[in-house]
Design a protein around this ligand. Sequence first.
Ligand SMILES: Nc1ncnc2c1ncn2[C@@H]1O[C@H](COP(=O)(O)OP(=O)(O)O)[C@@H](O)[C@H]1O
Ligand SMILES: [Mg+2]
Length: 407
Amino acid sequence: MSEPIISFRDAAKVFPGGRRRPEVRAVDGVTLDIETGEIFGVIGYSGAGKSTLVRLINALERTTSGAVVVGGVDLTGLGESRLREVRAGIGMIFQQFNLLSSRTVAGNVAYPLEVAKWPRGEREARVRELLDFVGIADKADAYPSQLSGGQKQRVGIARALATNPRILLADEATSALDPETTREVLRLLQRVNRELGITVVIITHEMDVVRYCCDRVAVMEHGHVVETGGAYEIFSNPQAPVTRRFVATSLRDRPSDETLARLRERHPGRLVVVGIDEVTGSTRAISQVLRDQGVEPSIVYGGITEVADRPYGSLTFELTGPDDAVAAAIARLREVTGVDDLGTAARPAVAPAVAEPAVVEPAVVEPVETTPGGSPGRPGMPGTSGPQRRPGGGPFGGPTGFVEGDH
Ligand SMILES: Nc1ncnc2c1ncn2[C@@H]1O[C@H](COP(=O)(O)OP(=O)(O)O)[C@@H](O)[C@H]1O
Ligand SMILES: [Mg+2]
């Protein structure tokens, strides 16, 4: 593999304390590689150290110890003029857009080109090209105050791309936007990545942002990176408690305690949460397993969505039938996918150890492609190939979960 474009090596940033303030280890012992051409997410709650981490990349903050290497250049101890060269290869966008209110859209995008002393003609052509790319060519002469949030962020992106950076840093760039506009801006960032080959680092506190567009993600807590992995792997097999909380808030596919209590009133039978992913993918196959065992399944809750463009989520079934048939069906299901047995209203099972999202609304079930009768490359019954679950692991229960098998 080629050299990572950004490399943190045991990097720390400590803000010294004052008379009544303790020192803050905003970034603490971070070792992390971001590869050329990926969309890399950094997620964490407020105060986790995300902004400080990203500001180390363009040396708006300098490390207290350790090193940050960008494009092969170690930023430690680098002088201002060399730093300016490195910064020229890095664009940045912000939550509050940071546009110049006295300049038009075109004037804002032209600004970094003026600073870089581009000749007027080239500047104008470049501004037109950039506004076309971000889809607001018709707003060239408007002022920021006349734009919606999404349009402002498009201007921010055009301005950040003006001088052809290799890296785009986005610090909570969608946090001031509604969900629909967030998706549009994230789609634009995907185009920046795919069409222009720019490495994108997205800082966010929203797991949905990771779900929509990140290839890989690092989870930060108290200045540390507590977990790193592919977006799909992080969703399907979160390890750190903080990661599990983020995943739960994004998927909302499991009934909360309150919802479960209501479900039990309406559904006296055995409730089981069944993991759905691209391998178990076919909900029809799961229904078939249940019917083969002579139990009647009915879906009472759930949400299947896409993580990194792949299906993911869970469905909660009420299983009715003779006790031994239900038990056999659950055993059979466990060979296929992650299953959390919630028990019956009369004999509830101990709730799985997972932090529930605050939201208790039933999740919207997005349409998912199902493959009747199994998919190519998965001959025979599920369970004879494909991922295996660690014993005892529910869809997101405990530190276990989905693990790739090595069949
Ligand atoms: N310039 C600074 N001086 C002192 N403390 C700071 C400074 N910048 C950030 N911090 C502290 O560092 C910690 C991490 O902040 P930050 O990187 O902004 O986190 P996040 O972006 O994840 O919310 C916080 O406790 C914050 O108060
Ligand atoms: Mg921040």
